[in-house]
Design a protein around this ligand. Structure first.
Ligand code: TXA
Ligand code: MG
Length: 326
């Protein structure tokens, strides 16, 4: 992927003018705007059709920028050294500089230093802190390549910076440092065990749904989220696909790895997210495959769930929300 200086400059100029643009990150594509500009932040909510109770993550280039936005924390240094730039978002008490619109009125702000070279360039050239939720319509599958953004938001935004497919493919881990015990609010590519090993203290996990109508302090935690339009049924790995699929119209069976044998059945098509079942590859493919299958007119998608180990914890979290119906 050969992105020119002009393309980076174009994105940075739009952002400086108060516009919003889609940018690649290593996790998923983000819909970015100047975090300190209310007009830009409003546009983000509008374009995504996102409820104002769902706060945004602010992306920074370096730790100096963090000090303007959040109060430092005794655990920050260790975490930043181990995981930044990267797929970790930290919840910290906010400074008065951060607009309430960004944080949904909460006294805390979510901060992430992304590692994608193009995102970092845009941060550097623009000199801004960038609020950026995933660049998808609210509730739909997150975008893991530029075409996904074009397909669903292309008409509504002035620019999508193409950085190729995202290397990770699912959203960052969110760690809340605003309470006594560090707590994972959204599982992600960096696991609670990895965080705990670096911090030398236990890390709690609190992946539950936000009560209806309240600010989503527990993020992405609406029961239904990341959902394809086609109904999705989840199956535990190793369990056979249920007999009922034989009676359905047109079914897609999504396997973790290439299956040895497949039922040769006219109404069923088989797909796999990785040749070998490697969960890093599964994460890279998951949203792409679901988006593609969502356009193919299947009556239902059946998907084999990974085990709750490593990034499997985050994959299960996303899939359970994707399969839920409000
Ligand atoms: O990997 C990622 O984190 C991607 C890329 C673009 O950086 N961003 C992303 O943003 O996933 P979004 O908006 O789709 O999800 C961010 C979540 C929201 O569900 C929100 O509830 C939570 O972060 N959040 C933001 N500020 C918060 C706060 N102050 N306290 C608790 N949760 C917060
Ligand atoms: Mg999102």
């Amino acid at each position: 992927m050969n992105t020119s200086t002009q393309e980076i400059q174009h994105a940075a100029t739009l952002l400086q003018q108060g516009d919003i643009v889609a940018l690649p990150t290593e996790t998923v594509y983000g819909l970015a705007g100047n975090a300190l500009d209310l007009v830009a932040v409003n546009k983000i909510f509008e374009v995504k059709n996102r409820p104002l109770i769902d706060p945004l993550i602010v992306h920074i280039a370096d730790l100096e920028q963090l000090n303007e936005l959040a109060t430092p924390h005794p655990m920050l240094e260790k975490l930043a050294e181990a995981f930044w730039p990267g797929a970790l978002t930290l919840i910290l008490p906010k400074t008065t500089k951060v607009p309430d619109l960004v944080t949904a009125g909460q006294p805390t702000v979510a901060i992430r230093m992304p590692s994608h070279p193009l995102f970092r360039e845009v941060l550097k050239v623009s000199g801004l802190a960038l609020a950026a939720p995933s660049a998808n319509p609210f509730g739909y599958l997150s975008p893991s390549c530029a075409q996904h953004v074009q397909d669903s938001l292309g008409q509504k935004i002035p620019y999508v910076l193409d950085g190729g497919p995202c290397s990770i493919g699912i959203e960052s881990t969110i760690l809340d440092l605003s309470n006594k015990t560090p707590t994972v609010l959204r599982p992600g590519p960096i696991t609670a065990d990895e965080l705990s090993a670096v911090l030398g203290v236990p890390v709690a996990s609190k992946s539950k749904q936000a009560p209806e109508g309240e600010a989503c302090t527990a993020p992405g935690l609406l029961k239904q989220h990341y959902s394809p339009h086609t109904p999705l049924t989840l199956l535990e790995a190793g369990n056979p696909f249920p007999q009922e699929i034989l009676q359905q119209d047109r079914i897609a069976c999504i396997h973790l790895r290439r299956p040895h044998t497949c039922l040769p059945q006219d109404n069923i098509q088989h797909f796999w997210m990785s040749e070998s079942g490697d969960l890093t590859e599964v994460a890279q493919q998951l949203f792409s495959l679901l988006r593609m299958l969502d356009t193919q007119g299947y009556t239902r998608l059946y998907l084999e769930m990974p085990q709750a180990q490593g990034i499997g914890v985050a994959l299960r979290d996303r899939l359970q929300r994707a399969a839920a119906r409000a």
